[in-house]
Design a protein around this ligand. Sequence first.
Ligand code: FES
Ligand SMILES: [Fe+2]
Length: 301
Amino acid sequence: MKRYRGWYQIGFGEIGPGPLTPARVGSQRLVLVSDPAGGRLRAFDADCPHRGADLARGTPEDGVIVCAFHGLRVRLGADAGCKHGVREHEVASVGGSVFVRLDGGADLGLAERLRDLDRRCWIVPGFEMPLRAPHELVAENAFDGAHFHSVHQVHNHPNVEVATGADGELVGTGVLEVPVSAWQKSAAHGNVAVPITVRAFSPGVVVTDMGGAFPYAMVTTATPSAEGCMVRLSFAMPRIGGANGPDRRMCDYMIAQARKGLEADRLIWESLNPRHVPQYLAEDGAVIAYRKFCAQFEEQA
Ligand code: FES
Ligand SMILES: [Fe+2]
Protein backbone atom coordinates (compact mmCIF):
# COMPACT_ATOMS: atom_id res chain seq x y z
CA MET A 1 0.00 0.00 0.00
CA LYS A 2 1.23 3.46 -0.86
CA ARG A 3 1.50 5.69 2.21
CA TYR A 4 1.51 9.44 2.12
CA ARG A 5 3.46 11.86 4.27
CA GLY A 6 3.09 15.55 4.91
CA TRP A 7 0.02 17.78 4.72
CA TYR A 8 -3.28 16.88 3.07
CA GLN A 9 -6.68 18.52 3.26
CA ILE A 10 -9.45 16.16 4.32
CA GLY A 11 -12.51 18.33 4.41
CA PHE A 12 -14.31 21.55 3.82
CA GLY A 13 -15.94 21.87 7.22
CA GLU A 14 -18.20 18.83 7.00
CA ILE A 15 -16.68 17.34 10.18
CA GLY A 16 -19.15 15.94 12.67
CA PRO A 17 -21.72 16.27 14.13
CA GLY A 18 -20.85 13.02 15.96
CA PRO A 19 -17.71 12.54 18.03
CA LEU A 20 -16.07 10.29 15.36
CA THR A 21 -15.75 11.19 11.69
CA PRO A 22 -14.16 8.96 9.04
CA ALA A 23 -11.65 10.51 6.61
CA ARG A 24 -9.29 9.15 4.00
CA VAL A 25 -6.09 10.02 2.15
CA GLY A 26 -5.85 7.51 -0.69
CA SER A 27 -6.28 4.08 0.86
CA GLN A 28 -5.13 5.33 4.27
CA ARG A 29 -8.13 5.51 6.61
CA LEU A 30 -8.31 8.04 9.41
CA VAL A 31 -10.71 8.75 12.21
CA LEU A 32 -11.25 12.29 13.46
CA VAL A 33 -12.13 12.64 17.11
CA SER A 34 -13.85 15.82 18.30
CA ASP A 35 -13.13 16.80 21.85
CA PRO A 36 -16.63 17.50 23.25
CA ALA A 37 -15.29 20.13 25.69
CA GLY A 38 -13.02 22.35 23.63
CA GLY A 39 -14.04 21.33 20.13
CA ARG A 40 -10.43 20.43 19.36
CA LEU A 41 -10.09 17.97 16.52
CA ARG A 42 -7.58 15.10 16.61
CA ALA A 43 -6.76 12.59 13.85
CA PHE A 44 -5.71 8.96 14.23
CA ASP A 45 -5.17 5.92 12.03
CA ALA A 46 -8.54 4.21 11.75
CA ASP A 47 -7.57 0.55 11.24
CA CYS A 48 -8.13 -1.41 14.45
CA PRO A 49 -4.82 -3.15 15.32
CA HIS A 50 -6.67 -6.43 15.94
CA ARG A 51 -8.34 -7.23 12.60
CA GLY A 52 -8.53 -3.90 10.80
CA ALA A 53 -12.11 -2.86 11.56
CA ASP A 54 -12.84 0.82 10.97
CA LEU A 55 -12.48 2.61 14.29
CA ALA A 56 -14.76 5.40 13.04
CA ARG A 57 -17.59 2.88 13.67
CA GLY A 58 -16.52 2.39 17.29
CA THR A 59 -17.37 4.20 20.50
CA PRO A 60 -15.09 6.88 21.97
CA GLU A 61 -14.25 6.73 25.65
CA ASP A 62 -11.59 8.49 27.66
CA GLY A 63 -8.40 8.17 25.58
CA VAL A 64 -9.60 5.08 23.70
CA ILE A 65 -12.01 3.95 21.02
CA VAL A 66 -13.91 0.75 21.76
CA CYS A 67 -13.82 -1.17 18.49
CA ALA A 68 -17.24 -2.18 17.12
CA PHE A 69 -16.02 -5.63 15.99
CA HIS A 70 -14.63 -7.43 19.09
CA GLY A 71 -14.73 -4.64 21.64
CA LEU A 72 -10.97 -4.05 21.96
CA ARG A 73 -10.15 -0.80 23.72
CA VAL A 74 -7.75 0.85 21.28
CA ARG A 75 -5.52 3.51 22.79
CA LEU A 76 -5.46 6.83 20.92
CA GLY A 77 -2.10 8.37 20.14
CA ALA A 78 -0.15 5.54 21.67
CA ASP A 79 3.56 5.41 21.08
CA ALA A 80 5.00 2.74 18.85
CA GLY A 81 5.69 0.43 21.80
CA CYS A 82 2.02 0.09 22.73
CA LYS A 83 0.44 -3.05 21.31
CA HIS A 84 -3.14 -1.94 20.79
CA GLY A 85 -2.79 1.70 19.91
CA VAL A 86 -3.15 3.88 16.83
CA ARG A 87 -0.91 6.72 15.75
CA GLU A 88 -1.93 10.35 15.95
CA HIS A 89 -1.45 12.85 13.13
CA GLU A 90 -1.26 16.63 13.57
CA VAL A 91 -4.39 18.56 12.60
CA ALA A 92 -4.64 22.17 11.41
CA SER A 93 -7.96 23.76 10.61
CA VAL A 94 -8.81 27.15 9.22
CA GLY A 95 -12.10 28.60 8.02
CA GLY A 96 -13.75 25.18 8.25
CA SER A 97 -11.03 23.48 6.20
CA VAL A 98 -9.25 20.62 7.94
CA PHE A 99 -5.69 19.52 7.17
CA VAL A 100 -3.73 16.55 8.54
CA ARG A 101 0.04 16.06 8.60
CA LEU A 102 0.54 12.37 7.92
CA ASP A 103 3.26 10.15 9.30
CA GLY A 104 5.25 13.02 10.75
CA GLY A 105 6.06 14.34 7.27
CA ALA A 106 7.74 17.75 7.38
CA ASP A 107 5.56 20.71 8.40
CA LEU A 108 7.44 23.24 6.25
CA GLY A 109 5.58 26.12 7.92
CA LEU A 110 2.05 25.33 6.73
CA ALA A 111 0.39 25.33 10.17
CA GLU A 112 1.79 28.82 10.89
CA ARG A 113 0.89 30.06 7.39
CA LEU A 114 -2.71 28.94 7.91
CA ARG A 115 -2.86 30.66 11.30
CA ASP A 116 -1.48 33.83 9.70
CA LEU A 117 -4.07 33.73 6.89
CA ASP A 118 -6.81 33.17 9.47
CA ARG A 119 -5.68 36.26 11.42
CA ARG A 120 -5.41 38.57 8.41
CA CYS A 121 -7.97 37.26 5.95
CA TRP A 122 -11.47 36.00 5.42
CA ILE A 123 -11.20 32.38 4.33
CA VAL A 124 -13.73 31.65 1.61
CA PRO A 125 -14.21 27.98 0.64
CA GLY A 126 -14.49 27.85 -3.15
CA PHE A 127 -15.26 24.42 -4.53
CA GLU A 128 -14.35 20.74 -4.64
CA MET A 129 -13.62 18.91 -7.89
CA PRO A 130 -12.96 15.16 -8.23
CA LEU A 131 -10.16 14.40 -10.68
CA ARG A 132 -9.15 11.17 -12.41
CA ALA A 133 -5.48 12.03 -12.27
CA PRO A 134 -2.57 11.85 -9.79
CA HIS A 135 -2.79 14.46 -7.04
CA GLU A 136 0.78 15.76 -7.61
CA LEU A 137 -0.30 17.37 -10.88
CA VAL A 138 -2.47 19.93 -9.10
CA ALA A 139 0.29 21.65 -7.10
CA GLU A 140 2.69 21.18 -10.02
CA ASN A 141 0.32 23.34 -12.08
CA ALA A 142 1.53 26.50 -10.34
CA PHE A 143 5.18 25.72 -11.14
CA ASP A 144 4.54 24.84 -14.80
CA GLY A 145 4.93 28.29 -16.35
CA ALA A 146 5.09 26.76 -19.84
CA HIS A 147 1.37 25.88 -19.85
CA PHE A 148 -0.10 29.20 -18.71
CA HIS A 149 -0.21 30.62 -22.23
CA SER A 150 -1.52 27.58 -24.08
CA VAL A 151 -4.05 26.34 -21.49
CA HIS A 152 -5.02 29.51 -19.60
CA GLN A 153 -4.62 32.27 -22.22
CA VAL A 154 -2.11 34.16 -20.05
CA HIS A 155 -0.43 36.51 -22.52
CA ASN A 156 3.19 35.88 -21.64
CA HIS A 157 5.23 32.71 -21.08
CA PRO A 158 6.18 33.31 -17.43
CA ASN A 159 9.49 32.03 -16.24
CA VAL A 160 8.95 30.53 -12.77
CA GLU A 161 12.03 30.91 -10.55
CA VAL A 162 12.26 28.35 -7.76
CA ALA A 163 13.95 28.51 -4.37
CA THR A 164 13.68 26.86 -0.98
CA GLY A 165 11.70 28.95 1.52
CA ALA A 166 12.64 29.75 5.11
CA ASP A 167 10.80 26.67 6.41
CA GLY A 168 11.89 24.30 3.64
CA GLU A 169 8.81 24.80 1.46
CA LEU A 170 9.30 25.05 -2.31
CA VAL A 171 8.77 28.62 -3.50
CA GLY A 172 8.13 29.65 -7.09
CA THR A 173 7.91 33.26 -8.29
CA GLY A 174 6.85 34.72 -11.61
CA VAL A 175 4.82 37.44 -13.32
CA LEU A 176 1.60 36.78 -15.22
CA GLU A 177 0.32 39.15 -17.88
CA VAL A 178 -3.44 38.93 -17.68
CA PRO A 179 -6.31 41.02 -19.06
CA VAL A 180 -7.35 44.02 -16.98
CA SER A 181 -10.38 43.26 -14.83
CA ALA A 182 -12.19 44.75 -11.84
CA TRP A 183 -9.58 43.07 -9.64
CA GLN A 184 -6.45 43.47 -11.68
CA LYS A 185 -6.72 47.15 -12.54
CA SER A 186 -4.30 49.20 -14.55
CA ALA A 187 -4.19 52.75 -15.88
CA ALA A 188 -3.79 51.27 -19.32
CA HIS A 189 -6.24 49.06 -21.15
CA GLY A 190 -5.11 45.65 -22.25
CA ASN A 191 -2.93 43.59 -19.95
CA VAL A 192 -1.65 44.01 -16.44
CA ALA A 193 1.41 42.34 -14.92
CA VAL A 194 0.50 40.37 -11.79
CA PRO A 195 3.34 39.00 -9.64
CA ILE A 196 2.64 35.58 -8.15
CA THR A 197 4.40 33.59 -5.45
CA VAL A 198 3.53 29.93 -5.00
CA ARG A 199 4.52 27.83 -2.01
CA ALA A 200 4.25 24.04 -2.02
CA PHE A 201 4.07 22.62 1.50
CA SER A 202 3.57 19.03 0.31
CA PRO A 203 2.53 17.36 -2.98
CA GLY A 204 -1.05 18.00 -1.81
CA VAL A 205 -1.05 21.63 -0.62
CA VAL A 206 0.01 24.80 -2.40
CA VAL A 207 -0.66 28.42 -1.39
CA THR A 208 -0.53 31.04 -4.14
CA ASP A 209 -0.12 34.73 -3.33
CA MET A 210 -1.46 36.92 -6.10
CA GLY A 211 -0.13 40.48 -6.20
CA GLY A 212 -1.49 43.40 -8.21
CA ALA A 213 -4.21 45.91 -7.36
CA PHE A 214 -6.04 43.55 -5.03
CA PRO A 215 -3.66 41.05 -3.43
CA TYR A 216 -5.16 37.82 -2.15
CA ALA A 217 -4.13 34.21 -1.61
CA MET A 218 -5.47 30.95 -2.93
CA VAL A 219 -5.15 27.65 -1.08
CA THR A 220 -5.25 24.75 -3.52
CA THR A 221 -5.18 21.19 -2.29
CA ALA A 222 -5.35 17.75 -3.88
CA THR A 223 -5.96 14.69 -1.73
CA PRO A 224 -5.48 11.17 -3.15
CA SER A 225 -8.73 9.22 -3.64
CA ALA A 226 -9.61 5.82 -5.11
CA GLU A 227 -10.19 7.35 -8.56
CA GLY A 228 -7.38 9.91 -8.53
CA CYS A 229 -7.77 12.86 -6.21
CA MET A 230 -10.16 15.43 -4.78
CA VAL A 231 -9.21 19.03 -5.47
CA ARG A 232 -10.33 21.75 -3.04
CA LEU A 233 -9.80 25.42 -3.55
CA SER A 234 -10.25 28.27 -1.06
CA PHE A 235 -9.54 31.97 -1.17
CA ALA A 236 -8.00 34.09 1.57
CA MET A 237 -9.21 37.66 1.13
CA PRO A 238 -7.54 40.43 3.19
CA ARG A 239 -9.84 41.85 5.88
CA ILE A 240 -10.27 45.29 4.39
CA GLY A 241 -13.40 47.35 3.79
CA GLY A 242 -15.34 46.75 6.98
CA ALA A 243 -16.37 43.87 9.15
CA ASN A 244 -19.08 42.44 6.94
CA GLY A 245 -16.95 39.84 5.22
CA PRO A 246 -15.56 39.86 1.72
CA ASP A 247 -17.45 41.18 -1.29
CA ARG A 248 -19.58 38.18 -2.28
CA ARG A 249 -19.80 39.22 -5.91
CA MET A 250 -16.02 39.43 -6.10
CA CYS A 251 -15.65 36.02 -4.47
CA ASP A 252 -18.18 34.43 -6.83
CA TYR A 253 -16.32 35.87 -9.80
CA MET A 254 -12.95 34.59 -8.57
CA ILE A 255 -14.35 31.14 -7.75
CA ALA A 256 -15.89 30.91 -11.23
CA GLN A 257 -12.60 31.95 -12.86
CA ALA A 258 -10.62 29.43 -10.80
CA ARG A 259 -13.07 26.66 -11.64
CA LYS A 260 -12.84 27.49 -15.34
CA GLY A 261 -9.03 27.35 -15.16
CA LEU A 262 -9.09 24.02 -13.37
CA GLU A 263 -11.58 22.55 -15.86
CA ALA A 264 -9.15 23.43 -18.65
CA ASP A 265 -6.34 21.70 -16.73
CA ARG A 266 -8.55 18.70 -15.97
CA LEU A 267 -9.06 17.88 -19.65
CA ILE A 268 -5.28 17.74 -20.12
CA TRP A 269 -4.45 15.93 -16.85
CA GLU A 270 -7.04 13.20 -17.35
CA SER A 271 -5.66 12.43 -20.81
CA LEU A 272 -1.97 12.22 -19.79
CA ASN A 273 -0.33 8.83 -20.23
CA PRO A 274 0.82 7.95 -16.68
CA ARG A 275 3.49 5.56 -18.05
CA HIS A 276 5.08 8.15 -20.31
CA VAL A 277 8.68 9.10 -19.49
CA PRO A 278 8.98 12.91 -19.89
CA GLN A 279 11.51 14.52 -22.21
CA TYR A 280 11.81 17.81 -20.35
CA LEU A 281 12.41 21.16 -22.05
CA ALA A 282 14.73 23.94 -20.89
CA GLU A 283 11.76 25.86 -19.43
CA ASP A 284 10.72 22.89 -17.24
CA GLY A 285 13.26 23.66 -14.49
CA ALA A 286 10.59 24.58 -11.92
CA VAL A 287 8.59 21.42 -12.71
CA ILE A 288 11.71 19.28 -12.25
CA ALA A 289 12.44 21.03 -8.93
CA TYR A 290 8.84 20.39 -7.82
CA ARG A 291 9.12 16.69 -8.71
CA LYS A 292 12.32 16.42 -6.65
CA PHE A 293 10.54 18.18 -3.77
CA CYS A 294 7.70 15.62 -3.97
CA ALA A 295 10.02 12.61 -3.76
CA GLN A 296 10.66 13.20 -0.03
CA PHE A 297 6.97 12.69 0.82
CA GLU A 298 6.28 9.24 -0.55
CA GLU A 299 7.31 5.88 0.69
CA GLN A 300 6.21 2.31 0.16
CA ALA A 301 5.01 0.70 3.38
S1 FES B 1 -11.12 -5.79 14.75
FE1 FES B 1 -11.20 -4.38 16.36
S2 FES B 1 -11.47 -5.57 18.11
FE2 FES B 1 -11.30 -7.01 16.51
FE1 LIG C 1 -3.17 25.10 -15.14
